[in-house]
Structure formats: C-alpha cells, structure tokens
Design a protein around this ligand. Structure first.
Ligand SMILES: NC(=O)c1ccc[n+]([C@@H]2O[C@H](COP(=O)([O-])OP(=O)(O)OC[C@H]3O[C@@H](n4cnc5c(N)ncnc54)[C@H](OP(=O)(O)O)[C@@H]3O)[C@@H](O)[C@H]2O)c1
Length: 173
C-alpha cells in the first residue's frame, strides 16, 4: 500500500481502488487511502448496504458488482442445479428470498431484471454498477432499464420492507 500511495503522490496512479467485502471492508474504508471500492450488493444480497454509505461518507466511490444477483431471479432451475456445489446453497437462498419477500407483487409491470438493476441504482450512495452479460439483448434491456434510474420511492420502500421481513425469517429458520 505504501508503494501504491507513493506512486499516486508522484502522479503515476490517479485513483486507488480495491474489491472488498465484510468483515475487512470496514478497516479498508477506515484506512482512508482508497478512492473506490468494488462491493457486492443487490436486493437479494444486502449485507453491504451500510458499508456503501460508509465508503461514501469517507469520500470514496463505490462500484457495485453482482447488482442483478448474477441473474438468479430469472435463472431456470436447471441452471442453478448445474452450479458448482459451493455456490448452490447461496444462490438457492437468494432465489427463495425473492419468493419469500413476494417481490413479484411489487414489480408494477416491470421485468424482474429491470427491478433488480433499478433497486441497486436506488441506493443513495452507490456511484456505479457493473452488470455482467454475454447476451446483446440483455445488454440492450439493461441499458434501457438503467436509463429509467432509481425505482419510485414508494416501490423501493415497500420492496425493502418485504425484504427485511423475509431476510429476518430466513435468518431465524
Ligand atoms: N472483484 C471481484 O471479486 C469480482 C467478483 C465477481 C464479479 N466481479 C465483476 O463484477 C461484474 C458483474 O458481476 P457478475 O457478472 O458476477 O454478476 P451480475 O452482474 O449480478 O450478473 C451477471 C449475470 O446476470 C445475467 N444477466 C444480466 N443481465 C440480464 C438480463 N437482462 N436478463 C437476464 N439475465 C441477465 C447474466 O447472464 P447473461 O450472460 O445470459 O446475460 C449473468 O449470468 C463482472 O464484471 C465481474 O467481472 C468481480
């Protein structure tokens, strides 16, 4: 880190960024040397909602990854079954969270992927999100969804309320 900070001071590096997750992310933000953090976050994976606020408060930008939960809300059951064993449990849990929160009832006509993308964009402190796709149709849909921006405030609040209840029930189960 000392070398990277020295290179930045010499003007050879403009910005320092890192990919981080809890629990260490808290210390990484507190170090005060990073200009940007890449952080996993989506409606179905909200563990880093507060660190995104913390990074912004510390003056750093955030680059969200996994912002559409890796396509879990629209993936066919066979796709999830083909996943390597170590990922299957976490993906199934996120898929269950979608159903348990009844998110289909709050879509108000939008597709699941539009909802996912715009939920991420609704976080008041995220700077940008990188969405993976190998499908040009999906790319076009995602650009169109992103152009609409954040979700309407009442829809966002209701989705978060439902997700809080469902996540609590999942944790207690
Ligand atoms: N630093 C790290 O440790 C780290 C770790 C993981 C990822 N990343 C980076 O983060 C970025 C995004 O992460 P990610 O790709 O893992 O997760 P993601 O963006 O949440 O999900 C990508 C998945 O969602 C599907 N998808 C995207 N748009 C869709 C749409 N409109 N309809 C249906 N399915 C859709 C894609 O399938 P299709 O191809 O079929 O569209 C792909 O399988 C990537 O650039 C990756 O390199 C970094």
């Amino acid at each position: 880190m000392a070398e990277l900070v020295a290179l930045q001071a010499e003007g050879k590096i403009r910005f320092l960024g890192m990919s981080g997750t809890l629990p260490n992310l808290t210390d990484h933000i507190a170090m005060g040397v990073f200009d940007a953090f890449q952080i996993p976050y989506s409606a179905l994976e909200r563990e880093h909602e507060t660190p995104i606020h913390d990074a912004a408060k510390a003056g750093a930008g955030t680059i969200i990854r996994g912002g559409v939960a890796r396509g879990v809300p629209v993936a066919a059951a066979e796709v999830l079954e083909r996943l390597p064993e170590q990922f299957r449990g976490a993906y199934a849990k996120r898929r269950d969270l979608w159903d348990e929160a009844g998110l289909d009832e709050v879509l108000d006509g939008m597709s699941r992927m539009e909802f996912m993308l715009r939920f991420t964009l609704s976080h008041p402190d995220m700077t940008t999100t990188i969405v993976g796709t190998a499908n040009p149709r999906h790319l076009a849909d995602n650009v169109a969804a992103a152009r609409k921006g954040a979700l309407p405030a009442d829809q966002y609040a209701e989705a978060k309320r439902r997700l809080d209840v469902a996540a609590k029930a999942q944790a207690a189960a």
